[in-house]
Each structure stands twice: as C-alpha cells, then as structure tokens.
Write a protein that binds this ligand. Structure first.
Ligand code: DQA
Length: 147
C-alpha cells in the first residue's frame, strides 16, 4: 500500500509556531515518526507540505491511481476549502483527516470542516500522535475494504 500524507498551510512552521497549541516537534520530526510507523505497518508513505491551496489540489489529483489512501492535515483550509474537498471527492481516495489540536475545543470558526464529509473519519487533538493514529486507522480501513 502507498499512502500520500499532505500537510496544509503554516505546518512548515511547526516547532516554532504556537508550541503550546501544536507541540514542539518540527514537521521534519513528525514526518520521520510517520515514516517509522509506516515501516511498522509495512506500507509506503510520501509526505508533502504546501502553503498553497492549488498545490494541495494538484497533489490530490496527481495521487489518483498512484496511491491507495490519503492522510491529510488541511490546516486552515479545513475550514475554508471547497476546492480541497471537491478534489478528494473527485479522486475518491479513502481519506483520513487529522489535526494536532482538538479543533472542536477551540474557536467556533474551527469547529466546521469542509473535509470531514468526504473523509472516512477525523482524528483531532492528540498532537503529532493524531498522524500516527490516522495512519493506523487508514491502513486498517484499506486492509478491511480490500479484495
Ligand atoms: C490544525 C487546526 C487548524 O484549525 C489550524 O488552522 C491549523 C492546524 C491542527 O492541526 O490542529 O493550521 O489543522
């Protein structure tokens, strides 16, 4: 199994950015942990971060036929992007949405996700471990639905 991991805007600043909310690990360190977990689960991952909505849409379109699942932290685009939602709906890749912080515990504008209705599920609030749980859940889902 091949899985694409997408990180949305400002996640390149992890480590320095509001560490009380998002933790102290850098994106490179988080990607390393995701890759370690992928090895344990015997799947392949590629990780991509962009601050640009269109670049994330392009990456989702290009993943079509190349990967079997999508793990995405859409960051602020969670709450604004019909385009990312439509791209996921178009490629029909099983998608798990993750957030470092618990978006439902924060400001009201973070409570709504455009992505959740097209995702298999959402994991929110466990810091970097949301990605680990998300990858486990996605792989389990793909293996259960395979054949
Ligand atoms: C986030 C939550 C979003 O509301 C915020 O805009 C982010 C990060 C998270 O991982 O907790 O940039 O997706």
């Amino acid at each position: 199994l091949q899985i694409l991991v997408l990180h949305g805007p400002n996640l390149n600043l992890l480590g320095q950015r509001e560490p009380d909310v998002y933790g102290s690990l850098t994106l490179t360190e988080i990607n390393k942990r995701i890759e370690d977990q992928a090895r344990t689960l015997q799947v392949k991952v590629s990780c991509f971060q962009s601050n640009h909505e269109g670049a994330l849409v392009d990456a989702i379109q290009e993943a079509w036929g190349q990967v079997q699942g999508l793990l995405i932290n859409p960051a602020a685009y969670t709450h604004t992007s019909v385009a990312i939602r439509d791209a996921i709906a178009a490629v029909k890749l099983p998608t798990v949405e993750v957030h470092l912080s618990n978006i439902h515990q924060r400001e009201a504008f973070r409570h709504h996700s455009y992505i959740a209705p097209v995702a298999v599920g959402q994991i929110s609030g466990f810091g970097y471990y949301s990605y680990i749980l998300g990858l486990q859940a996605l792989v389990q889902h793909l293996r259960e639905t395979a054949s």
